[in-house]
Design a protein around this ligand. Structure first.
Ligand SMILES: Nc1ncnc2c1ncn2[C@@H]1O[C@H](COP(=O)(O)OP(=O)(O)O)[C@@H](O)[C@H]1O
Ligand SMILES: [Mg+2]
Length: 397
């Protein structure tokens, strides 16, 4: 029979508030972003004195704090409790057209507009009426704005509204993870949207350490996270584009591993395991979107790898390498079996180059000992898993 002590021990967790590691959590403080926050506040401040706020465009790689900084500033603006200042934040993955954006804005003050069916013109007129009535200043924050299909139209509409209004105004905060996105806008909407511009730089390892330490205090039990864990997660994320979201994800997964293994601590060992599995997830996503023949080729390597009877494989430092010629033969056989015409060996060499560029395989030239010069291939990920991914995603097994 279990004792309560046993039961409690089973439920023990290294986390004290796991939600604090979720991407939706906005911390009270955003260290290293004081300047960006101030600059954004300067852009929006005119709204508080009845002037149109400045349009501003924020960009930078994923996980550099754009969304969090924006939401922090929005909260500060709302805390001012100015009846004539309205702020609406949305993610354009969901609101991905001019119509949907406009509808989202309007439902904030007319909930009945949530159902579709109103023409664009009706929505637009309603919006103007609402703003005009007591001279409201509206700030529309469009996160991941590059997802809007007809963005030039949307920017044009929101900008033109300011000319149609005799009272009140609309300003746009545009946010994008795509650094080169601006170039895809037409010149007119670019100059409207980018009245002010802010670039969010990637965090370095030192900054990521600071972010992780602070967050650990909220998310984990006292002393559960060892410094080695934070150092490694920060270093890994710094080398991957300085992405704070990835750093936090590594720590979350590491904590989950510690819980699963019933450990009291999170160390670099769990972080390293999380990094491996996060990397695999990414690789498998790439594999599932590869062109068919490249998938068949990878599949062939994976089948060779899992055959113990495969005699010709060369072991080098514990790693299995396969002869290019034999991989090609296997690929041709697999393709035929599936009723597909195998590509020529010239294509095959192209495919190898592409798979190598994606980090899915490695090729090396053999030394003289092995059959003169030949190409040897190494699979970067666990053959069983690679096989599995391709079987479920491609062969539909
Ligand atoms: N300066 C910071 N301090 C604390 N946490 C941060 C900071 N910058 C980013 N984060 C955290 O990293 C994650 C990603 O930040 P986010 O603002 O969503 O980045 P972006 O929008 O640029 O992709 C969030 O969980 C956020 O809480
Ligand atoms: Mg974001």
């Amino acid at each position: 029979m279990p004792s309560f002590e046993d039961v409690l021990k089973e439920q023990k967790s290294v986390f004290s508030n796991k939600g604090a590691l979720s991407p939706h959590f906005v911390p009270d403080e955003l260290p290293y972003r004081e300047n960006e926050i101030r600059k954004l506040m300067v852009c929006l401040a005119p709204a508080l004195s009845g002037q149109k706020a400045k349009n501003v465009f924020l960009y930078g790689k994923t996980g550099t704090g754009k969304s969090s900084s924006t939401r922090t500033v929005i909260k500060k603006l709302e805390d001012e409790k100015n009846e004539r200042v309205k702020v609406i934040y949305m993610n354009c993955r969901v609101y991905d057209s001019r119509y949907k954006v406009l509808q989202k804005v309007i439902t904030a003050f007319h909930p009945s507009f949530a159902k579709t069916g109103y023409s664009f013109a009706v929505l637009y007129e309603r919006l103007l009426d609402w703003l005009e009535k007591d001279g409201k200043q509206l700030v529309v924050a469009l996160d991941e704005v590059d997802m809007v299909k007809d963005l030039d139209n949307l920017v044009y509409t929101l900008t033109r509204a300011n000319d149609d209004l005799t009272n009140g105004g609309i300003a746009i905060i545009g946010i994008s993870n795509k650094v080169d996105f601006k170039q895809r806008l037409d010149a007119r909407s670019r100059s409207s949207l980018c009245e002010e511009e802010m670039v969010f730089q990637p965090y370095n390892a030192e900054q990521l350490k600071g972010i992780l330490s602070k967050r650990s205090e909220i998310a984990f039990q006292d002393t559960a996270v060892q410094e080695s864990a934070i150092n490694l997660a920060a270093a890994v994320a710094a080398s991957e584009n300085g992405d704070a979201r990835y750093a936090l994800l590594l720590l979350l997964r590491a904590g989950e591993l510690s819980d699963a293994e019933k450990l009291d601590n999170v160390t670099d060992v769990q972080v390293e395991k999380s990094r491996k599995s996060a990397e695999e997830d990414k690789a498998f996503e790439i594999i599932s979107t590869l062109p068919e023949h490249q998938q068949l080729l990878l599949y062939s390597i994976a089948t060779l790898a899992s055959e113990v009877a495969y005699k010709r494989l060369v072991e080098e430092g514990g790693e299995k390498l396969y002869f290019s010629g034999e991989v090609y033969e296997r690929y041709a056989a697999v393709a035929k079996k599936l009723g597909k015409e195998p590509r020529t060996s010239r294509w095959y060499r192209e495919y190898l180059k592409e798979l190598e560029a994606l980090g899915l395989i490695n090729t090396v030239q053999s030394g003289k000992g092995i059959r003169g010069h030949t190409t040897l291939i190494r699979l970067s990920y666990e053959p069983q898993r690679v096989k599995q991914v391709i079987e479920t995603k491609v062969l539909g097994e």
